[in-house]
Design a protein around this ligand. Structure first.
Ligand SMILES: C[S@@+](CC[C@H](N)C(=O)[O-])C[C@H]1O[C@@H](n2cnc3c(N)ncnc32)[C@H](O)[C@@H]1O
Length: 371
């Protein structure tokens, strides 16, 4: 039976593209299959990469070299080539024969002049080509490609990574996390934020050994993946500044009294969002066509709101259970903390979560008020 009979024409954003649709598709980490992989639930992830790359091109005076390093059907790279405007080209790579054929078919179908299909091991490709943007979207963890991406990326270039090993980063398999990322993970109410900061910490360590530093631009977590966009800056000063953001925290700082450990980390405790970049991305959402527009705006607005907040957050359900009361409405807590003059924002990490600079006693007082 020919694999071509599984092929389907779908539309994402402004692009019609051929993919192999897996009828038994479920959310969660992608798995290796015989057919080139296509995951419809990653559409928002790809949409955001379109926004980010348009921002890179618009802010660059030179021709931009983009790499979709682990391309599968080529959907991300083909969409980038078709939907971006400006001075750029894109290399679309996958070592799998069927993927490579499908990528070439899609480049031809979309009549793309600035997209090139390559069939190589990503690590060897990164060892002899350089890029301004490198996208690493693997099955599971991106750690196996980060060292070569750090060497390949141009100064001030951007590396984007997806990690779908969420269980590992969220503390279900602490020993795997220790081996893979060099940090013990923790299963707690703030595990999505610690997971993201473990991933960023790993990227930081991989950059500083080459006297480079990282600056996170847009980073977020969902139930089934983490995604980070980091700028890589060359120079000892940038490297030292980055290393200065690697710190240990106590369970008290994580607002997670259940974790019984004095020193947790090292985690990236620097900023994880760049408010100005996110604002610009929000303005781009209205200039392009996205099927996920509502979701995209919702996520970017939450990221913008929490961009300047300190690490970690409370959740109404967790605090209420510690105080042995029923969980209050999140909006009431936020309003009352604001009335008292504290900084407070919702967080994309949890829909019952809030970040604030208020002392714990003040929050508990508000929780106990009946209103
Ligand atoms: C999760 S899929 C990529 C999904 C794709 N980016 C998308 O948006 O649909 C991962 C792909 O990486 C490819 N791959 C895995 N290891 C590789 C390597 N070392 N070099 C090149 N390709 C690799 C696999 O063949 C697979 O197609």
């Amino acid at each position: 039976m020919s694999i071509l009979q599984h092929i389907e024409l779908i539309t994402e954003g402004e692009t019609e593209i051929l993919v192999f649709k897996n009828k038994d598709y479920k959310k969660g980490p992608g798995s290796k299959d015989k057919l080139p992989f296509y995951n419809p639930s990653m559409e928002l992830n790809r949409d955001l990469s379109i926004l980010l790359n348009q921002w890179i091109i618009d802010n660059s005076k030179i021709h931009v070299n983009i790499l979709d390093g682990l391309a599968a059907s080529g959907i991300r790279g083909v969409r980038l080539a078709n939907e971006l405007r400006g001075n750029f080209d894109i290399t679309i790579n996958d070592w799998d024969e069927d993927s490579h054929d499908l990528i070439k078919k899609n480049i031809k179908k979309c009549k793309l002049k600035n997209a090139f299909a390559i069939k190589r091991n990503l690590n060897s490709l990164l060892s002899n080509m350089r890029f301004h943007y490198i996208d690493i979207d693997p099955f599971g963890s991106p750690v196996y490609f980060v060292d070569s991406a750090m060497r390949s990326i141009y100064n001030n270039g951007i590396i984007a990574c997806t990690a779908t090993d969420t269980a590992t980063l969220c503390g279900v398999y602490p020993n795997v996390c220790k081996r893979r990322y060099g940090v013990k993970s923790f299963h707690s109410n703030v595990m999505h934020e610690t997971g993201l900061r473990i991933l960023l910490g790993f990227l930081c360590r991989e950059s500083v050994k080459y006297d480079k530093g990282i600056e996170p631009l847009v980073c977020y977590s969902t139930d089934h993946y983490f995604r980070v966009y980091i700028k890589v800056k060359k120079g000892v000063n940038h490297a030292n500044r980055s290393v200065g953001n690697m710190k240990y925290v106590t369970s008290k700082e994580l607002f997670s009294p259940k974790i019984n450990s004095a020193n947790i980390g090292p985690l990236w405790l620097g900023k994880i969002e760049n408010k100005n970049v996110i604002r610009e991305l929000i303005s781009y959402v209205f200039k392009k066509k996205f099927n996920t527009k509502g979701e995209l705006l919702n996520l970017l607005n939450l990221l913008e709101n929490e961009a300047n907040s300190s690490p970690f957050f409370y959740t109404t359900d967790n605090l209420a259970s510690l105080l042995k009361i029923s969980p209050p409405r999140l909006n009431r807590i936020i309003e009352q903390l604001k009335e008292k003059g504290y900084d407070v924002s919702k967080t994309h990490f949890s829909n019952t979560g809030f970040k604030t600079n208020s002392p714990r006693e003040v929050i508990e007082e508000i929780f106990k008020q009946k209103k």
